[in-house]
Design a protein around this ligand. Structure first.
Ligand code: GDP
Ligand code: IMO
Ligand code: MG
Length: 421
């Protein structure tokens, strides 16, 4: 049985958490393959709202297993807070959540380094989530990292060596590290919590399960346009968010990948700095933010909003090999008289449809304008109820993107989901 992948096609926050939860009953294993607590995946059902950060979004339905894969970076303190919040609402994950021994640990000093490097960047800050993501992946690649499996062998010695190297760097930058002892206290309490969970060789676990015919869903974090190789570098995250990241982040061979579900919003958002060709700095942008409650689920930062960007989406679909599209939050456009979609960029007077290397300067989006549907769709239960103008929007997108849209989400709740033939 092949491993299906679900990932974001834009700049994150497309609604991955909601759809993983919706699809969970079909799967026996849900596994996160990259990112860390920079993610905030929101799920709503039965009048309750949950925001997951490191825990996969497959924990709320059925009796499946959830895995934090080797490609993930894990902060024990935040992990403990997340687990305890779930325990309070009656969700005990001890027997259902497995953690890869090869997942890297975010240390307290990684978070300080994240803040330090950001402040050193002055006006060219990335606008990171401040969770130590970049420094942790940097240590992984430079072969200085600590992994979950290391907790079991000579941990203190390894921890102190890395900490002292980090402190040297912080001193060079004259960064105030006086908060370290209090962060460390919480971190070690988190480590004790983490040890209550089963550490596994998740690549063996997943490949064996796949050979036995079990259905597995790989859950991505962030989005394709934040990918370290193909996103709007340097304004990206530090992992491979594309479908290939599921291979490296779980140990699944490329031939073992099945469906690739690509999720996008009916418009576009971005948090943090970096290019965003279709960003709106006007009332329409404000309306998208208000209607869509576009504020970060982790940081509360207002998200930048704009029209859907089909140049960027086509690029993401190509990189990910998307086999099915999922459109989120079209209800946010329910009141709009007209809707725009960017079909090409104009650069130096020329029309460009391939996503370019330099997205920083001089891009003018070329828009196609369409009639809005001006109908409340949030209570609709089948595609037969869709207004004509919305059907036209779907057909237009499918033609432009070359992939079928198989699911449409019309609200944050699990129930507000429509499967299309
Ligand atoms: P993720 O990081 O991709 O899981 O997405 P986030 O949870 O960060 O952000 C998506 C936000 O939109 C959350 O607040 C969801 O509850 C909400 N949401 C998801 N799908 C829909 C939808 O179809 N319509 C509306 N209005 N909100 C949605
Ligand atoms: P989910 O999984 C949206 C953005 C940050 C910043 C850049 C680098 O909820 O979609 P980092 O802390 O990763 O070094 O920050 O990436 N970013 C996200 N934006 N959704 C996310 O996750 C994000 N995770 C990181 O805002 O611009
Ligand atoms: Mg999010």
């Amino acid at each position: 049985m092949k491993v299906d992948v679900l990932l974001g096609l834009q700049w994150g926050d497309e609604g991955k958490g909601k759809i993983v939860d919706v699809l969970t009953p079909e799967y026996e294993i849900v596994a996160r393959f990259q990112g860390g607590p920079n993610a905030g995946h929101t799920l709503e059902f039965d009048g309750q709202k949950y925001v997951l950060r490191s825990v996969p979004s497959g924990i709320f339905q059925g009796n499946n297993k959830n895995i934090i894969g080797n490609g993930v970076v894990l902060d024990p303190a935040l992990f403990k807070a997340e687990i305890e919040a779930l325990e309070k609402t009656g969700h005990d994950l001890k027997k259902r959540l497995l953690i890869s021994k090869k997942a890297h640990l975010i240390l307290p000093t990684h978070c300080l380094l994240d803040a330090c490097y950001e402040s050193a960047k002055g006006n060219s800050k990335i606008g990171t989530t401040g969770k130590g993501i970049g420094p942790t992946y940097t240590d992984k690649v430079s072969r200085n990292g600590l992994r979950v499996g290391d907790i079991l062998h000579n941990f203190d010695e390894k921890y102190e060596a890395i900490k002292s190297r980090h402190l040297q760097i912080l001193t060079q930058y004259r960064f105030d590290a006086s908060s370290l002892p209090s962060i460390e206290k919480k971190w070690f309490e988190g480590l004790a919590k983490l040890k209550e969970f089963e550490f596994v060789d998740s690549e063996h676990y997943i490949n064996k399960a796949s050979r036995e015919g079990k259905k597995i869903l790989a859950e991505g974090a962030q989005g394709t346009m934040l990918d370290i190789d193909f996103g709007s570098y340097p304004y990206v995250t530090s992992s491979n968010t594309i479908a290939a990241g599921a291979c490296t982040g779980l140990g699944v061979p490329p031939s073992g990948i099945g469906e690739v579900y690509g999720i996008f919003k009916a418009y576009c958002t971005r948090v943090g700095s970096g290019p965003f060709p279709t960003e709106l700095h006007d009332e329409t942008g404000d309306l998208l933010r208000d209607n869509g409650h576009e504020y970060g689920s982790v940081t509360g930062r207002p998200r930048r909003c704009g029209w859907i960007d089909l140049v960027a989406l086509r690029y993401a679909i190509m990189l990910d090999g998307v086999t099915q599209l999922i459109m989120m939050k079209s209800d946010v456009l329910d009141t709009f008289e007209t809707i725009k979609a960017c079909v090409a960029y104009e650069i130096d007077g020329k029309q460009v449809t391939d996503f370019p290397f330099d997205v920083e300067n001089g891009i003018k989006p070329i828009y196609k304008e369409m009639k809005g549907w001006q109908t409340d769709m949030t209570k609709m239960t089948s595609e037969e109820q869709f207004p004509e103008a919305f059907r036209a929007y779907i057909s237009f997108l499918e033609k432009e993107l070359g992939v079928h849209i198989s699911i449409i989400s019309l609200g944050p709740d699990r129930e507000q989901t429509i499967f299309r033939k």
